[in-house]
Write a protein that binds this ligand. Sequence first.
Ligand code: NAD
Length: 260
Amino acid sequence: MLKGKNAIVTGSTSGIGLAIAHTLASEGCNILLNGFADKAAISALVSELQQTYKVKVDYSPADMSKPADIANMASMCDRVFGSTDILVSNAGIQFTAPVEEFPADKWDAIIAINLSASFHAAKAVLPGMKKRNFGRIVNIASVHGLVASEHKAAYVAAKHGLVGLTKVIALENAQANITCNAICPGWVHTPLVQKQIEDKAKEENISVEQATANLLGEKQPNKRFIQPENIGALIAFLCGDNGAAMTGEILTIDGGWTAQ
Ligand code: NAD
């Protein structure tokens, strides 16, 4: 369905971003991977995607906290593949603490990576998308773009900001064939969430299994993790012809979290 389209997926060496890269590649997209991992793991990932899906795959080491790196990543995609048709801004980090104990450097890093990076990336790819009259931008926000949880000041602020940024980009490009949408997942079992589970288990002196059950039970009515492949499939839909009129949408995939 997306054969020959060129996609950047930030933070695609792990978790949700990796699943998105797989789904888009399986639809025929060439993929520019990004994120942190050791050299061997990155080469293995590039080869795996190339061989499995017979698409072009490359890797950008851009650090999403650095605007100049983000601009380089966008120009690399144009240089290597010929254009950037799809941008999935997915890279993200987490840190939890009450506001009065929240380290200022953690606040700055989360705002930079979870919010500002999406602005810089969109800014870099939009001129090319406008020229070709095609573009699909998907920002991976979170249920925390719509509702809050305690101890997540920077994350909640960044994700609420990302929801707002998504709507502005959608409006500014509504008359071009360029859409911008945000996806707001609930709990997905990735390294980012595993760390929170292990921290909770330690803090409350309970088993990891109990901490996992508590985590799901507290917020997510279906009490199951969201599968990252389901997020990939939603993005493939948004990037295809049937998604052409969906823009400025804030789509939850959250097992009922925000229905409460
Ligand atoms: P993850 O930790 O598994 O993956 C994060 C990815 O971002 C990795 O590839 C990592 O290398 C990359 N990354 C981190 N800092 C970076 C930087 N400075 N520059 C470039 N890449 C960087 O996490 P995940 O759970 O897959 O999260 C992916 C996105 O989904 C994040 O934006 C997160 O906020 C969002 N999200 C996750 C959940 C969840 O439950 N896991 C729920 C809602 C939203």
